[in-house]
Design a protein around this ligand. Structure first.
Ligand code: ADP
Ligand code: ZN
Length: 299
């Protein structure tokens, strides 16, 4: 029996798992993200313990990590977390540490590319080749799968930082992205909603006016993403998207913004199955990491 390992490396917690898919997990662990030393020790020990106990070697380990990351194979800092503002975590060679200590081949990608791949293999984008997974949570990020593989390009997409038009009379909040102010993340993340309303978004009622504004911004972002990447489906995850009333509003507004310019079945007739929630829940990241590891063999 061949097993794969997966790590969802998040800014607040790590989830590690071993197995071959959602119904075939043989071990898992989660712990808070502290210092790189302590956190990566806990992760490597989890995999080493499993291999010692079962006398097997994992076929590969995938890491779906917060970033930004260097994903250019051959670059001296390949597999590093690079310029993150998270204290202590800038320039951490997360992939090298795991590969050296476990002796397994290790592949790394962004958290959202990982989640996208997991949803494609076992969740809301099964059977599709080209699709987007967006998370709207503490931050906003998007993963793009092209021809079944995570797209990197020069670095990797940073869809959370595209600019959106803001009417300062309707929305005087200048945005809270430390780099851009009122970019997509700066306007729509959970902390941006909290900064405007003084309340955690999970406690805002569905009829609060902020939600219509939130849906408008998300629809503006989707309109750009659809025009640029032409995904076959868009999955919207992350804590904020647990507000399920956002989905119908976003679908209607996105279609209105596109204004029948893009004449596809998906947009005109099947918008309910075009803009969808994830189905793997909070396991999307770590399952996506396992899916990444499984791509090592087919690469
Ligand atoms: P992270 O982005 O840190 O990985 P999440 O995707 O869970 O984690 O996002 C956390 C953010 O989502 C917080 O800002 C939180 O206030 C917000 N959030 C969590 N649950 C809900 C909810 N049910 N409705 C609206 N916002 C939520
Ligand atoms: Zn930004």
């Amino acid at each position: 029996m061949t097993f794969f390992g997966g790590i969802e490396a998040g800014g607040t917690k790590f989830i590690c798992a071993i197995g071959n898919g959602p119904n075939e997990l043989v071990a898992q662990i989660r712990f808070p993200t502290t210092t790189p030393e302590e956190t990566l020790n806990q992760a490597t020990e989890f995999f080493i313990r499993f291999m010692e106990k079962t006398q097997t070697q994992l076929a590969g380990i995938g890491i779906a990590s917060f970033g930004p990351l260097d994903l250019i194979v051959g670059s001296p800092t390949y597999g590093y977390i690079t310029s993150t503002p998270k204290p202590g975590w800038a320039n951490v060679p997360i992939r090298d540490v795991l590969q050296t200590r476990t002796g397994c081949p290790v592949v790394i990608d962004t958290d959202v590319n990982g989640a996208a791949l997991g949803e494609g293999k076992w969740g809301a984008a099964q059977g599709l080749r080209d699709y987007v997974y967006l998370t709207i949570g503490t931050g906003v990020g998007g993963g793009l799968i092209v021809q079944n593989h995570p797209f990197h390009g020069m670095l990797h997409p940073e869809m959370g930082h595209i600019r959106l038009p803001r009417d300062p009379e309707k929305d005087p909040f200048p945005g809270n992205c430390p780099f851009h102010g009122d970019c997509f993340e700066g306007l729509t993340s959970g902390p941006a909603l909290m900064a405007r309303t003084g309340q955690k978004p999970e406690f805002l009622p569905p009829d609060h006016p902020i939600w219509e504004l939130e849906a408008e911004y998300i629809a503006l972002a989707l309109q750009s993403i659809i025009c640029i990447a032409s995904p076959q489906r868009i999955i919207l995850g992350g804590g904020v998207m647990q507000q399920s009333h956002l989905f119908p509003r976003i679908r209607t507004l996105t279609r209105r913004l596109l204004n029948e310019y893009i004449q596809t079945r998906e947009i005109l007739e099947e918008i309910e199955t075009y803009i969808v929630p994830p189905t793997l829940g909070d396991m999307a990241g770590v399952l996506g990491a396992i899916a990444l590891a499984q791509q090592i063999e087919s690469a």
